[in-house]
Design a protein around this ligand. Structure first.
Ligand SMILES: [Mg+2]
Length: 252
């Protein structure tokens, strides 16, 4: 694997094999359970100890444009395939093949997971940077496109009798608009929907792990967590993680 360091961010220039496994340990071992297998492709992340939301900015714009034009959909398809294998393995190993018996569940993130916000980021000024006002307008107008292979996996999980949870870092104040947008994009039938309380100052990794823990305490067995951030699958309370490509931004 070769890596180029540009403006303090590391861009993996070679797609990692789909079976590569990553440790999920972030933070201290007492807070995060280590050793859950993750599968991923391309990321563009600052140091893993980063504590701030980070976006890549315009410097790498042409690289990102080329990635989305040529490789992104293929990576999504590869990860969706891996997700199907992982779900089948987890159903067998943890539920005896019976989704109902263990209240099997898969957790999905929204942004850069079910939704693809490339056009927002590419059209921002400067490109690949965040403007909170513009982003809010974009969300309210439901301008996202869908990551088709991930929506297909969402539907497949439901077809297998697996419950679906949506866990998003979007604020609870955007719950109604976000749920309407999901339905508009053909994504529906979730069993649980968790958005971030506006007064919750915890990191995404802590918030999402707590959300999964709360679901486990309701009796669900979370077999797979699907997201584009390591914070979608850090902190345990999952069988395995499907880490989707996001070369644009990082959320701790
Ligand atoms: Mg996301």
């Amino acid at each position: 694997m070769s890596a180029a360091v540009i403006t303090g961010l590391v861009m993996l220039t070679t797609t990692l094999p789909a079976h590569a496994q990553y440790p999920s340990a972030l933070g201290t071992p007492t807070t995060y359970s280590a050793g859950k297998p993750l599968w991923g492709t391309l990321q563009n992340v600052p140091g893993m100890g980063a504590t701030e939301f980070t976006y890549v900015g315009p410097t790498m714009g042409s690289t990102i444009e080329a990635y989305y034009a040529s490789q992104h959909i293929g990576d999504l398809k590869a990860m969706a395939k891996k997700a199907r294998v992982l779900l089948r393995q987890q159903l067998d190993e943890r539920c005896g093949g019976d989704a109902k018996a263990c209240k099997a569940m898969v957790a999905f993130d929204i942004d850069e997971t079910l939704f693809n916000n490339y056009t927002y980021w590419a059209n921002e000024s400067p490109p690949f940077s965040l403007d909170d006002t513009n982003w809010t307008t974009y969300v309210e107008n439901c301008e996202a496109s869908v990551n088709g292979p991930i929506r297909a996996f969402y539907r497949l999980a439901k077809d297998k009798g697996v419950k679906v949870a949506v866990i998003t870092g979007r604020p609870v104040t955007q719950t109604a608009i976000t749920q309407d947008c999901l339905r508009e994009k053909g994504i529906n039938g979730w069993t649980d929907f968790t958005a971030k309380p506006v007064d919750d100052t915890a990191s995404a990794s802590v918030f999402k792990a707590q959300a999964r823990k709360a679901l486990e305490q309701k009796g669900y067995t979370i077999l797979v967590s699907v997201g584009d951030q390591i914070s979608d699958m850090a902190g345990g309370h999952l069988g395995g993680g499907i880490w989707l490509p996001n070369p644009i931004y990082f959320i701790p």
